[in-house]
Design a protein around this ligand. Structure first.
Ligand code: MN
Length: 433
């Protein structure tokens, strides 16, 4: 907390900093959180959202910089930042260097599970009004149920009436999706016979005696009474047992984080849907829209919804491709998505395989082509594997030495390599595992 205060004081001395943030939901939420904090203080700022940290003219042109949600700022940009006033708010594995850094890893916390960049930024400004973005960022980085520092932040949000935490059916689309699509679009977890099959979902809901329409309007999950919710959940659990996949039933129920100040039924009232909306903007090269949503700018939500639709379509098609095309490479699973799966969603799809068909016995590595003809690598693991000592961030970093760049969290990591270095990478990666 002392370090967070130090960072805040430095930022308060800035006259017009450039906020450089990562393009995923956490990166955008954290960047927007910092932007809001600056606006409240009457400090002007510029923003730059990047997929990958690199030497950019905007960075060169700025005197004051706030880096958000990027691991290895010093290692990557080094001398490029010479003579600039720089602070870093991050939660990736890293070490203390010359730059002033708020990073839970430096103080014994696990940035993979205890707190996000948005949470770190929240701790820097410690402003209850900004707590919703901290929750959205953590959920966007798959840090649920919220524990440790995230839990502390959640409690502050609850105390201030900004967030609510319910135990409920936690699959995606509780607030925004009509019931039939709520089930048929569910890919986390994959519901055999229901996911991708609207007819079956319709039949399943009527057999469970749930009215899918009321007064000619499609009903959504959040509109169901408690009794109806319980009816639906029981029917789902029985159904999954009857399909021989009762084990995934536990994934259906969990904590859901409701943002109480947002209009009921809006995507923005559910932290998971909010974060997916942001991811959709970032992954389709419109982070500016995501940031504007976070800042509450008019019209932004409508624009973001269009991107969300496209994003969910890519995910649905990607997961179906992945299920029939992944390979078992012995020490890990391998998914070659080149030409089939967009590099912006390959990591999400690799992670989704765990919820659909893979047991969590080994990591999965997905690859896709990026816009520059390089191979983007996304690796995902399970909590159990990490508890057993696996560290994907380190494994990727070492496996890419000399052929590209990689790193990240112990449970989720990424890399980029030259297109002709795949075999070399795979051999190195096996060794590191
Ligand atoms: Mn993050």
């Amino acid at each position: 907390m002392e370090r967070c205060q130090e960072v805040r004081k430095r930022i308060e001395g800035f006259s017009k900093p450039l906020i450089v943030n990562h393009y995923d939901a956490d990166g955008m939420a954290a960047g927007a959180l910092a932007a809001k904090a600056l606006e409240k203080r009457g400090i002007a700022y510029d923003m730059l959202t990047l997929r990958r940290l690199e030497e950019r003219s905007e960075i060169k042109g700025a005197k004051e910089l706030i880096f958000v949600d990027f691991g290895g700022v010093e290692e990557t940009l080094g001398g490029f930042l010479e003579g600039k006033d720089v602070v870093v708010m991050d939660h990736h594995q890293g070490k203390e260097g010359k730059l002033l850094q708020a990073n839970p890893h430096l103080f014994g916390f696990d940035g993979g599970s205890d707190i996000s960049s948005s949470g770190t930024a929240y701790m820097v400004f410690r402003d209850a009004e900004l707590v919703d973005l901290a929750i959205v960022g953590a959920v966007g980085d798959m840090q649920f149920p919220l524990k440790s520092l995230n839990r502390k932040i959640l409690r502050e949000g609850i105390e201030n009436g900004i967030v609510r935490c319910d135990i409920d059916l936690s699959i995606f689309g509780r607030t925004s999706r009509p019931l039939v699509w709520f089930l048929s679009y569910c890919t986390e977890p994959f519901l055999p016979g229901l996911t991708g099959n609207e007819k079956n979902c319709y039949r399943f809901l009527s057999e469970a005696s749930i009215e899918v329409k009321q007064e000619n309007r499609w009903r959504r999950y959040f509109e169901l009474s408690i009794e109806e919710r319980m009816q639906l959940i029981s029917a789902l659990v029985s159904y999954l047992y009857s399909k021989g996949v009762g084990g995934i039933a536990s994934e259906l129920i969990g904590e859901v984080y409701i943002l109480a100040r947002q209009p009921e039924g809006s995507e923005l009232s559910d932290a998971k849907e909010y974060s997916t909306l942001l991811n959709a903007c970032g992954r389709h090269d419109r982070p500016d829209i995501g940031i504007r949503v976070c800042l509450g700018r008019e019209g932004a939500l409508e624009e973001a919804r269009k991107l969300l639709y496209e994003h969910r379509r890519q995910l649905r098609e990607g997961i179906f491709y992945a299920i029939s095309n992944y390979e078992n490479y012995g020490k890990f699973y391998f998914l070659d998505g080149r030409g089939k799966i967009d590099d912006g969603v390959i990591g999400i799809i690799a992670g989704m395989l765990y919820g659909s068909i893979l047991t969590g016995d080994k990591p999965i590595v997905g690859i896709a082509m990026d816009g520059e003809g390089k191979i983007k690598i996304s690796a995902r693991a399970t909590k159990k594997l990490v508890e057993g000592g696996l560290n994907l961030g380190k494994a990727l970093e070492k496996a890419c030495a000399g052929i590209g760049a990689g790193g990240g969290h112990n449970i989720a990591a990424g890399a980029t390599i030259e297109s002709n270095k795949l075999n070399e990478f795979l051999i190195n990666f096996v060794k590191e595992l």
